[in-house]
Ligand binder design. Structure first.
Ligand code: GLN
Length: 235
């Protein structure tokens, strides 16, 4: 299986390392030919406004939008989640997103860099200990469509969502040593491959099915100092 990691900006190296540890050869994607025969793509955290600009200037936006519309599985974390959503709130006017999952996302809504925090999450479909999640200038999911599953929440607000083979996290599962969310994503990709070369039918145009959710708030639970290195890599 060939899994790309969007490597225009942000925390791509850590995602690539996790995929390698799970036995998948990651492909760094910077130009249109890089996505030609991918089975799936990871979109890392970083700065979604910068990534949006670089997606346009590299010529990747259009081909990637086509692959995603045709059903290519994708895993977006933090800025990657913003890029995969249907609507960006508090984005730049010229910022674009792929509409690969039916969520509306508000950028930086948990606050500024100093308001970054960590939380332990119970994740539907992931056994064992809670998943330790690091939120860095994280986006907040403000609305989800009826086809979106909320797999984890903080104070009632969705922070891990899935629609078909598109998985998005408001946090950074690539920081630390827990491979379970990447595993969850790859399991979904494998299921899709077992459906045959074309996978499930591409998404039909959706009706207006917006469900407004109560947005997540930074928890009053443990806040620890995040390492400077983690900040440097993801913003
Ligand atoms: N605030 C960033 C953005 O809007 C996302 C931060 C992150 O990916 N850690 O793109």
């Amino acid at each position: 299986m060939k899994v790309g990691v969007l490597a225009l900006q942000g925390a791509s190296a850590r995602h690539a390392a996790m995929l390698s540890r799970l036995g998948v050869e990651p492909v760094a994607c910077r130009l249109p030919p890089d996505i030609d025969d991918l089975d799936a793509l990871v979109l890392p955290g970083g700065e979604s406004t910068t990534m949006s600009m670089l997606l346009e200037s590299s010529g990747l936006f259009g081909p990637l939008a086509e692959r995603l519309a045709a059903g290519m599985p994708a895993f977006g974390t933090c800025a990657g989640m913003i890029l995969l959503g249907r609507e960006i709130l508090d984005g730049r006017d010229d910022q674009r997103c792929f509409d690969a999952i039916d969520i509306a996302v508000r950028r930086n809504a948990f606050g500024r860099q100093v308001d970054s925090f960590e939380s332990d999450l119970d994740v539907a479909g992931v056994d064992g200990d809670p998943v330790h999640a690091v939120f860095i200038r994280a986006p907040v999911v403000e609305a989800v469509g009826s086809d979106v599953e909320v797999l984890a929440a903080v104070d009632g607000g969705p922070v891990l969502c899935r629609q078909g083979h598109v998985l998005v996290a408001a946090f950074h599962p690539e920081l630390g040593d827990d491979l379970r969310l990447h595993e969850l994503f790859l399991r979904g990709c494998a299921d899709r491959r077992s459906l045959g070369p074309s996978g499930p039918a591409p998404k039909a145009p959706r009706a207006e099915n917006k469900v407004v959710v109560s947005a997540a708030q930074p928890p009053r639970t443990s806040r620890r100092d995040l390492s400077a290195q983690a900040f440097d890599e993801v913003v």
